[in-house]
Design a protein around this ligand. Structure first.
Ligand code: CA
Length: 439
């Protein structure tokens, strides 16, 4: 930890004081464009500070950075974070330090010129937030043992957790082309569905559309093809985290998933939050990897290290809210559906990365991997509707009296993430939001 994490550090940007996801201790990266510039203008890299966005390239053009930070800021004059991600941690750390120094209340640059903000800041209300990176590949893991156990017990009551689960971080290759930024509407997919008593499947709109509450991790420099990455070096390749909604069509999924895993039930859309919270910002919120219950096997040596056990976890609390079209019409605020913790995941992000690369598979800057649905022990910590309503058996009742087994057209799903710990300034992830359109 360094001066950028000091809870007492304040910014001259007024909206960064008080309750905000983006105090000066956070400084998450994203890609934005000024609304006035129109849809055809490519985005550029920004850093969220309160309700403003620091235009990193504008700061670079003004000569505000030096050394590694200057090079890192130069890589931000781009419509994606990929070039910055490729540079690696020393560059990220130095840019963060110098951005924090530029934005602190006692910044000499600000004292010399109180109009500094006019040149390097853009109000969020005047910006459109885009995908943070060109995502070459997307992988989705299944790292919550609570989620795996809940889902498994619905389909295989006698054998909820398959024998490989506690040995191998389970995942599948997802679809990168259909990843959309928060705020994009999601069209209900059509697919092949077979109702249990029916002899043959039919084709039509999914009747059990679901969300999945996950964290996504963006890859930094990455590894060469054929080159595995030892566990204690994995975090050198992890740039930062975002919120992920892995929309899922459960009826399509249950008919198609055997024997090769999810396919069209997942590939129609995945929503990510626009701000990437860096591992530097998450430093005060690192925690031990989940302690395995007695009787569980120890991870194999390539997935095991003292450092990973001691601080491989991240203590992020994630929340899911739902607002139906009727609730929005009546001005009723979104209803909290669940709250769970990334610290409860069975596998750490470093273990997921190292396992992914263990066969020599190369991961590249801007690649995204997600944790899988984050669920906890209790009902209030179930990270998808399949679990919350127990496959529709226990519908959710909304404040309007409407009930939900799965998502209806017009429903809006809103996800949030928060890090809080004594002695540290709380930071948040912003929102991951999407409304369901009819098929
Ligand atoms: Ca998933």
């Amino acid at each position: 930890m360094d001066e950028t994490h000091e809870p007492s550090r304040a910014s001259w940007v007024e909206s960064a004081q008080g309750a905000t996801d983006f105090p000066i201790q956070n400084l998450p990266f994203g890609v934005f464009r000024r609304k006035e510039d129109g849809d055809e203008t490519p985005g550029t890299v920004g850093i969220a500070i309160g309700r403003q966005i620091l235009d990193v390239a504008a700061g670079h053009d003004e000569g505000r950075f030096e050394g590694l930070a200057d090079r890192a800021a130069g890589a931000c004059a781009a419509p994606s974070l990929n070039r910055l991600m490729a540079l690696g941690r020393p560059h990220w750390i130095e840019l963060r330090r110098q951005v924090s120094a530029l934005l602190t209340a006692d910044s000499p640059a600000y004292r010399a010129n109180r109009r500094l903000g006019d040149r390097i800041l853009v109000p969020m209300t005047e910006a459109e937030l885009l995908l943070p990176a060109v995502i070459g590949d997307y992988t989705d893991f299944y790292a919550s043992v609570h989620h795996a156990t809940n889902v498994g017990s619905m389909f295989r009551p006698d054998n909820p957790l398959l024998p490989n689960y506690k040995w191998v971080p389970i995942g599948y290759h997802g679809r990168a082309s259909s990843i959309v930024p928060s705020g994009s509407a999601v069209r209900r997919p059509r697919g092949q569905v077979k109702d249990a008593p029916a002899e043959a499947p039919g084709f039509g709109p999914s009747r059990s559309l679901d969300y999945e509450m996950e964290l996504g991790c963006f890859v930094g420099p990455g590894n060469s093809l054929g080159e595995a990455v030892p566990l204690d070096q994995a975090e050198d390749h992890l740039f930062g985290l975002c919120l992920v909604n892995d929309w899922s069509a459960r009826d399509v999924q249950s008919w198609e998933y055997q024997p090769l895993g999810p396919f069209l039930a997942k590939s129609f859309a995945t929503t990510v939050s626009p701000w990437v919270v860096t591992f530097e910002a998450l430093e005060p919120f690192r925690t031990a990897a989940l302690a395995r219950p007695p009787g569980d096997p120890a991870p194999l040596p390539y997935l095991s290290s003292e450092r990973n056990a001691a601080r491989g976890g991240v203590d992020v609390t994630v929340e899911v809210y739902l607002a139906s079209a009727q609730m929005r019409l009546q001005g009723i605020p979104p209803q909290l559906l669940s709250r769970s913790r990334a610290a409860d995941l069975y596998w750490t992000l470093a273990q997921m990365f190292t396992h992914h690369a263990s066969n020599g598979c190369n991961l590249r800057p801007g690649d995204l991997f997600a944790t899988g649905t984050i669920s906890g022990m209790g009902k209030e910590a179930r990270g998808c509707m399949l679990e919350l309503t127990w496959r529709g058996a226990e519908p959710i009742v909304l404040p309007t009296g409407e009930s939900r087994k799965f998502l209806e057209d017009g429903d809006e799903v809103i996800m949030a993430g928060l890090c809080e710990r004594g002695g540290a300034a709380p930071i948040g992830f912003g929102e991951c939001r999407g409304v369901v359109l009819s098929a």
